[in-house]
Design a protein around this ligand. Sequence first.
Ligand code: NAD
Ligand code: UFG
Length: 342
Amino acid sequence: MKILLAGGAGYIGSHTALQLMAAGHEVVIADNFDNSCEEAVKRVNELAGKEAVLYEADVREKEALRRIFREHSIDCVIHFAGLKAVGESVKEPIRYYRNNIDTTLSLLETMAEAGVKNIIFSSSATVYGEENPVPLRETMRRGSCTNPYGWTKYMMEQILQDASAADPELSVVLLRYFNPIGAHPSGRIGEDPQGIPNNLMPYISQVAVGRRDHLTIYGDDYPTPDGTCRRDYIHVMDLADGHVKAVEYAVKHKGTEIFNLGTGTPYSVLEVVHAFEESTGVKVPFEIGPRRAGDLAECYANADKALEILGWKTTRNLEDMCRDTWNWQKQNPMGYRPDKKQ
Ligand code: NAD
Ligand code: UFG
């Protein structure tokens, strides 16, 4: 099949492109490099031993999408294109709503024109909000999000569900990711955040490689076994494999289907720090700071539905996630751009 990856040069998109090509699919990537670069796609091609077709394009621009749909017969779209920094979304909500909602609308409109009927969307566990008990199941109602980024995911899910309700031919798969970390085991592709990382694992690996002084753990007074927050960390390669299964599912079904992509096992911040130290042998100095606004004590999946329906489950453990993150970070201390400041 030929799959269009909107935002496919980014962290999750690049790993998914590789796994799709390894499974024998053809990949077309559209990305404006807002948070990524061409080098990631070059490395994916090297690893795959095949070429993904790359368009430097803003996915909000319908003319750019029309050209892609004219030039390629696309079987399925995977929509990764979006802004994703929670803190930034609080400061720049309009930019987040504009980018994330418009990419979704432009994709749906041009897909309809081109007769493309299958779309997979990168959603997030954040749509469960604060109201639901863990482990989180797809049957639970979405909750209230704590930031504009989360609301864009909530709204985009709604838009996609409404579109599939109105068009019986449309197949929509909403994938709710938990906490993706890790990298391809070669260390050639990985997560390359701009500026100071917001997320735990990139921060830990940048401390380990000497780019940051120490980690601040946001609060140790949560109602969890060691007082630090617990999350469902998932290896990005497992997540990528989940997309391969989702594509194969999407093209055979109609309507909307939602899947959690997580391991179902939560780890605390302290457990992640210790696992990283053990699997890499590198010390990660840390201090305990105040809680971060909006953090939930616990967030983890019930991932049974993905196993039952997609036949997908995770195969990589926390040690693999730490080792592969470190392999990527130490080979690429400044990410894809060695001349990068900070
Ligand atoms: P990323 O920033 O690495 O990838 C997103 C890609 O989209 C980038 O390459 C960026 O340049 C591109 N992009 C953004 N706006 C665009 C536009 N208008 N036109 C074209 N390209 C555009 O992020 P990621 O971690 O790979 O996340 C992929 C998707 O998964 C995002 O939608 C994100 O919100 C979602 N998600 C990520 C996480 C996570 O923790 N990484 C968790 C849940 C959901
Ligand atoms: N943390 C620290 N110090 C740091 C960074 C994070 O202690 O420097 C802690 C956080 O407080 C949290 C845990 O590490 O307890 C994980 O934090 P992340 O920022 O890595 O991940 P979140 O669970 O907050 O957010 C992630 C994604 C969001 C998504 C959300 C819910 O980044 O996009 O999961 O799915 F919305």
